[in-house]
Design a protein around this ligand. Structure first.
Ligand code: FNR
Length: 184
């Protein structure tokens, strides 16, 4: 039986480098892992007024999180933090009070940006939020990837041997992390 991984990409940009990175990870993972990309762009801006009656997009989003065995967050850094669209999705998944859909799942975070710090600060903020949401986040390897043109194409093909090895190490650690927490 496959391990179901929900992938949450923190960028809505059509040609997102982080989307490409997430496809590279999917390509490198073993056949007993199945991936579903969750749509965070259709979620309205969260307000507590919705708690009494969640809109369909949010109900569906929570249901897909709950159906997943584990979570993979692939995010850019916006102004030294996570993009608002990702925080909005995290908030939707955590509510209404007492119904935190993220809770208890293993997860991992990674990201890429053209900046020298390769999303390090964004990931640190994300880890803080995930700790509160009771997600068991893989500590090592940290994956701060400085984007360079042509290294990962839109379909997730990796041209550079060094980057490929780095991603393979991460995938190996992620698979072990999921298997340690989820028994099938
Ligand atoms: C950025 N970018 C950026 N990069 C970075 O390394 N650190 C940062 O703090 C920021 N801040 C930031 C704010 C905003 C509003 C934007 C739009 C961009 C640049 C960012 O890394 C770059 O646009 C990436 O291409 C975004 O990721 P995707 O969309 O390609 O996945």
């Amino acid at each position: 039986m496959a391990y179901n991984i929900a992938v949450i990409v923190g960028s809505l940009r059509r040609d997102s480098f982080n989307k490409a990175l997430s496809h590279a990870i999917v390509k490198l993972t073993s056949a007993d892992f199945a991936f579903e990309f969750l749509d965070i762009g259709s979620l309205p801006l969260y307000s507590q007024d919705y708690d009494a009656d969640f809109p369909e997009a949010a109900r569906h989003f929570k249901q897909r999180i709950e159906a997943a065995d584990a979570l993979l967050f692939v995010t850019p850094e916006y102004n030294r933090s996570i993009p608002g669209v990702l925080k909005n999705a995290l908030d939707w998944g955590s509510r209404p009070w007492g119904s935190n859909s993220w809770g208890g799942k293993p997860g991992a975070v990674l990201g890429t940006s053209p900046g020298a710090t390769g999303t390090a600060l964004s990931q640190q903020h994300l880890r803080n939020v995930l700790a509160y949401l009771d997600v068991a986040t893989l500590g090592q390897h940290e994956m701060f990837i400085k984007h360079a043109d042509g290294v990962i194409d839109a379909d997730g093909n990796v041209a550079n041997e060094h980057t490929l090895k780095f991603l393979q190490h991460f995938v190996h650690r992620f698979e072990s992390w999921v298997k340690r927490h989820v028994h099938k």
